[in-house]
Design a binder for this molecule. Structure first.
Ligand code: NOJ
Length: 541
């Protein structure tokens, strides 16, 4: 068995600082805003805050384009505020996990400003340059935000690589000096007291553009082992790598403890269950529920005793789950609790994205002007040019755009949902009068308190953390059910994923541990009628 680690019992809460809480009325969430809400996170019971980037940035990609790894953006506060946040978190038993964007910097980072000046500049090789002429790109690799991955640089007549926006030039990880600078910077944050790192798109740092290799390049794991050794390896920290391109074998390479790379991975295979295979996320299809269940189950099975996974439905990159695969109308509360049950009952470390714990929903966008995200805006114009209809494009955007997750946190029914006393940087979802923290805290049956119970269970019940996993009724079109086993205990998680009532057949009797509907303390499993979005965690007796 793997050695026990604190972060296996932990639950992570992701904060997107720009949209969490604004303390100085400039309309942008900030560090002091987060400090003012630590009581709330404590009440929820989470252990780790994943803090999306707070570094100086020109915000071409809302902070995922860093111009100074050592600083704090003035929009968010000062380094002193950050130190206070770390200290106050420590005082209340919460650990900070910093978001590190190491695949690229901003083009306004001094390294890049230097690098583009001349071919001989000492920073030139920190980035990836190739010859070409003004209308001939080095190859046909594309950017995730649309168009070519190469941008022509007038100064030297060469192209630089950017897998994301052209204001996010890719770093050259082959360069040892550049890597050494990254290690120093990571140690600076470790010394300041952060207890973890979330590594943005870490699966692409080993790229070999000349061979068109993007994810999982041959040296990727060497770099991670070097990182581990030079920075967090000897510390009691938590690390998670974002990898879009991982299968279960690759997942083990990152997270098997004896390989000394990262603690866990954050992979997206299950989140592709409503996208046409081989196409983009915008190419929608109805949820393939069987695929969803089997993909989760595959990761549970394959990583058993060999690696560790993150469990999530949401992030700042994904639409709101209750709108996506739940129900954001009549059964919003039931569906949100059911989705939480499916996820938190599995093996891995659960992540909650701000607002998920009160069942925040997608935003009712009506025109392209409603969007702020570069990804959405680029996609709109690209698809327009390709001849897609306005209706189809808007449908994809309303369903999948990242802006759905980025609307400000809904704290109460007052001015601007209590997020700011000024003008918010982005739209507040008009449903804040019905969906907000204050109302959730006043209602003992709220989604908030259900999450609180799930988080508490993970701390108290080893079976949730260490128990084995077995999917039940994999072909059932409505029910997501599985068994967890640990020592003598057997737990069953039974969830109706849909609005239509259905039946679940098993045998024996069980004690109810948690449910989103009223239940008897003991139930017979011979034939359970499951109501819309009903979820039950029970223990076989
Ligand atoms: C993944 C981040 O989560 C996303 O928000 C960002 O746009 C890309 N990486 C590029 O940094």
């Amino acid at each position: 068995m793997m050695k026990e680690k604190w972060w296996k019992h932990s639950v992570v809460y992701q904060i997107y600082p720009r949209s969490f809480c604004d303390s100085n009325a400039d309309g942008i969430g900030d560090i002091n805003g987060i400090r003012s809400k630590l009581w709330y996170l404590k009440e929820l019971g989470i252990d780790i805050i994943w803090l999306s980037p707070v570094y100086p940035s020109p915000n071409a990609d809302n902070g995922y384009d860093i111009s100074d790894y050592y600083g704090i953006s003035s929009e968010f506060g000062t380094i002193e505020d950050m130190k206070k946040l770390i200290q106050e978190c420590e005082n209340c038993g919460i650990n900070i996990m910093m978001d590190l964007v190491l695949n690229h910097t901003s083009d306004e980072h001094t390294w890049f400003i230097e690098a583009k000046k001349s071919i001989n500049n000492p920073y030139r090789d920190y980035y990836i340059w190739r010859k070409g002429n003004a209308d001939n790109e080095p190859n046909d690799m594309t950017s995730c935000f649309g168009g070519s991955a190469w941008e022509y640089s007038q100064e030297t007549g060469e192209y630089y690589l950017h897998f994301y926006h052209k204001k996010q030039p890719d770093l050259n990880w082959e360069n040892e000096k550049m890597r050494a600078e990254i290690w120093s910077m990571m140690n600076y944050w470790i010394d300041m007291g952060v207890r973890g790192f979330r590594l943005d798109v870490i699966d692409v740092i080993g790229k070999i553009p000349d061979q068109k290799i993007k994810e999982n390049g041959p040296k990727l794991h060497n770099y991670l082992q070097e990182m581990n050794k030079k920075t967090f390896g000897s510390k009691d920290m938590v690390t998670v790598g974002e990898c879009w391109g991982a299968d279960t074998e690759i997942g083990k390479l990152y997270s098997a403890p004896d390989r000394k790379e990262l603690d866990m991975i954050f992979q997206f295979e299950q989140m592709q269950a409503d996208q046409i295979e081989g196409k983009q996320k915008w190419d929608l299809k109805p949820l393939d529920f069987i695929y969803l269940k089997n993909t989760f189950a595959k990761w549970q099975r394959e990583l058993e005793g060999k690696g560790w996974n993150s469990l999530f439905w949401n992030s700042h990159d994904l639409p709101r789950i209750v709108s996506r695969w739940g129900n954001d109308k009549q059964y919003r509360v039931e569906a949100a609790k059911m989705l939480a049950t499916v996820l938190h009952g599995m093996k891995g470390t659960p992540y909650i994205y701000q607002g998920e714990e009160i069942g925040m929903t997608n935003y009712p966008f009506s025109t392209i002007e409603d969007f702020a995200d570069i990804e959405a805006i680029n996609m709109y114009y690209e698809r327009k040019q390709m001849g897609y209809s306005e209706k189809d494009i808007m449908k994809s955007l309303c369903t999948k755009a990242r802006d759905n997750a980025r609307t400000p946190m809904q704290w109460n029914t007052s001015y601007q949902a209590g997020f700011t006393e000024g003008t918010p940087w982005y739209h507040i979802n008009p449903n804040y009068t019905k969906i907000n923290v204050e109302m959730a805290l006043e209602d003992k049956n709220s989604i908030f308190y259900y999450y609180q119970k799930l988080i508490k269970l993970r701390k108290e019940e080893d079976i949730l953390v260490y128990g084995t996993f077995e999917l039940l009724c994999p072909e059932d079109k409505h029910i997501f059910a599985y068994i967890r086993k640990w020592n003598e205990k057997i737990w069953i998680v039974i969830c109706n994923f849909y609005e239509k009532s259905t039946e679940f057949l098993y045998s024996g009797k069980a004690k109810v541990i948690l449910s989103n509907y009223k239940q008897e303390t003991t139930i017979s499993l011979e034939q359970i009628k499951l109501r819309p979005y009903e979820a039950i965690i029970c223990e076989l007796i």
